[in-house]
Design a protein around this ligand. Sequence first.
Ligand SMILES: [Zn+2]
Ligand SMILES: [Zn+2]
Ligand SMILES: [Zn+2]
Ligand SMILES: [Zn+2]
Length: 382
Amino acid sequence: MILTQCAVCATELGLSLGKKCGRCSTRYCGPECQKQHWEGGGHDKLCKLIKKAGGAEQYNANEKYTEAVAVAAEACAEDTKGQTCYICTQALHWKTKEGLVRMCACRGTAGFAHVSCLAEQAKILVAEAEENNLDLKVKNERFERWCECSLCEQMYHGVVRCAMGWACWKTYVGRPETDDVRLVAMNVLAGGLHKAEHNEDALSVQEAELAMARRLGGSAEHILAVQTNLATTYEALGRPEALQVKRDVYYGYLKLQGDEYEHTLIAANNYASHLNILERFEEAKPLLLKIIPVARRVLGDNDENTIRMRWNYADALYEYPGATLDDLREAVETLEELTRTARRVLGGAHPLAVDIVHSLQKARAALAARDVEALRVGAMRV
Ligand SMILES: [Zn+2]
Ligand SMILES: [Zn+2]
Ligand SMILES: [Zn+2]
Ligand SMILES: [Zn+2]
């Protein structure tokens, strides 16, 4: 359930409060809002349509999906001009008439597609894994197709990830609450909303998701995954809860899966990166020094998470007010190397590659300022 507010006055209803329209399940805080919606809010006309679509949640998902596809195609219009979809081979989608998108690491003429075509592929692959009862690992890999390009194997970003999030949610929202696929779909949606910077929306999906996971007795690992995303959203919204949740998630994974587990490493990096934001570099640096060698060994140098950790460490080095000349040099060298790696692995347009270049410019400026200072001190001695 992601519609947690009264459709008229937006009062927060959580997962169970208030009243539902008996036909279409639209939610209200009480009979007054329901009456008003019917008489003056156009619900008398919409109700049938919503019911036919499968109820309020499904209707909302369909509407949001259509909007998100239009936004994504619009954002990619320049980049996709004159191209065709690698799945259906057309420029315009035969049925929806939507335009093409591409926001991954694909380059040249590769990777242009319709969100509808990408979604259809993901849906078929997951359905096949479910029908044949393939094991969990395969199922999870198939599910990745909702957020990851099958050609370059990198996550979609920005508004394309958001459109795929709505596509995924729209596909599985009708499943029973206890169905894992529905819970994972909620997660994919929240991730997409976050990537498109719709953080208030992401937060309400994630809070509903966490409450639901706890109520249904979700696994410790699943709850940690939900909390991970929640903390990222708290951070994006500048909410103070972020640090504590990030810390809890890191120690939670450490206890559950040990220090070489991918999600333990990611959680440690998330925590360190937040310490950086709070300018608590002296706490961030030792943590990063501990996890970077493990990440390089377990995940490899080309892994996006390893790149993120090393980037955070370089940031902590040059942003620290007590940075030595050696710290600044190390930061610049690391960021130069990371710029090359990120461009090669993720593509130059990837947000992480862009952020690293930005850090490199700042680190170089800090180093140059220090050199000028050193020259001046040297000159005074003469
Ligand atoms: Zn109300
Ligand atoms: Zn209704
Ligand atoms: Zn297509
Ligand atoms: Zn790609």
